[in-house]
Design a protein around this ligand. Structure first.
Ligand SMILES: Nc1ncnc2c1ncn2[C@@H]1O[C@H](COP(=O)(O)OP(=O)(O)OP(=O)(O)O)[C@@H](O)[C@H]1O
Ligand SMILES: [Mg+2]
Length: 343
């Protein structure tokens, strides 16, 4: 069972659309897919037409009440695509878990039980647009991270925080998340700015940027508002073709490489809650979060990451050489204002 976190702390870049439709594309290829909605906004659940107020168990009960994750799995219209939905209650989970020991590995432990049952080949986690405890649970549970990137000003700058945290986790966990790749989303290839950001991303991240890009396509937005995957809504649309192409490219990446012994399947390292609880740091005036106004969402995750003991190793995985950290370059100021650069 492969576990992939779809993550970018920037909002509205295409995380949920990618989780839903990449999951659906893999399901169409015969892969047994589970998508997990880790965002209190519950957009992924709504995208898959789940009744979020229907009283069914959600990821909240898994994280906060210890419900086995299998009991929170909901069916979707697609036979091979299952969902663990979210609920607005999830917004309070960070506070409720503040005093819990091992709070950053709850999802990882829950997925370890699922991995043992061999019910799914691929798990995609839709992370919220923040670097708080929920995202940390997603990262800690993941073998790999897929970063949707919208081609806009400061796009690359924003992911440096995320890649920093991934590096920290890799150093401190037995198996930290690898970078699966970066996918350019909501691409408007006709604009000069989009082309410049794409060039910059490819120059810096090279082969880690997928060739397949997800173009701006209204069918993708319409599909979500109809509670359908783009394949159910309009299988002939450009959006459906783009996600099918992305799935093919990702599958090719994995070809020949055995599915990792999932991070979730690794024995959970006991954790020591030495750092201040992420939620209290973020929530209280004068806490750690307010000490760094330029990067308020970084502090909680960085603090939580340090709470994970260095169960292992000095050495980073070979695929991510320590000498080539994943920091994107500082953004080059464009000679044009972003909104003036469109053709
Ligand atoms: N390729 C696309 N073409 C057109 N619309 C898109 C595309 N991708 C996403 N959208 C739309 O853009 C909006 C934001 O997308 P999405 O919800 O996937 O982003 P997100 O990163 O999950 O946002 P958040 O950070 O709030 O969770 C949605 O209305 C979605 O329908
Ligand atoms: Mg989302």
């Amino acid at each position: 069972m492969r576990v992939v976190a779809v993550m970018n702390q920037k909002g509205g870049v295409g995380k949920t659309t990618t989780t839903c439709n990449l999951g659906a594309a893999f399901a169409r290829r015969g892969t047994r897919v589970l998508v997990i909605d880790l965002d209190p906004q519950a957009h992924l659940s709504l995208h898959l037409d789940h009744d979020v107020n229907g009283g069914k168990p959600s990821i909240y009960e898994v994280l906060v009440e210890g419900l086995p994750i299998e009991q929170a799995i909901a069916l979707t219209a697609s036979e091979k695509l299952a969902l663990v939905p979210a609920h607005i209650d999830l917004a309070s989970a960070e506070l409720e878990l503040a005093g819990e020991i091992g709070r950053e590995t709850i999802l990882r432990n829950a997925l370890a039980e699922l991995a043992a049952r061999d019910l799914y080949d691929l798990v995609l986690i839709d992370c919220p647009p923040s670097l708080g405890l929920l995202s940390l649970n997603g990262l800690t549970a993941a073998d790999e991270v897929l970063i949707p990137l919208q081609a806009e000003f400061f796009a690359l700058h924003g992911i440096s925080r995320l890649t920093d945290v991934m590096e920290k986790l890799r150093r401190r966990l037995k198996r930290g998340p690898q970078l699966l790749g970066i996918v350019l989303c909501r691409m408007q290839a006709t604009t000069r700015l989009a082309r410049e950001v794409e060039e910059e991303a490819r120059r810096h991240f090279g082969a880690r940027v997928f060739q397949a890009t997800i173009r701006q396509n209204v069918r993708l937005a319409e599909a979500s508002s109809h509670g359908q995957t783009v394949f159910a809504y309009d299988a002939a649309s450009q959006g459906a073709k783009d996600y099918a192409a992305l799935a093919a490219e990702v599958a090719k990446c994995w070809e020949g490489a055995a599915a990792p012994a999932s991070a979730a399947a690794a024995p959970a390292a006991p954790t020591v809650a030495t750092a201040p609880p992420p939620s209290s740091a973020a929530g209280s005036a004068g806490g750690a979060g307010s000490a760094a106004p330029s990067a308020p969402e970084t502090a909680p995750l960085a603090a939580a990451a340090t709470a994970v003991p260095a169960a292992v190793p000095a050495a980073l995985p070979a695929a991510l050489p320590a000498t080539a950290p994943l920091r994107p370059p500082a953004p080059r100021r464009s000679p044009r204002r972003p909104d003036a650069s469109a053709n």
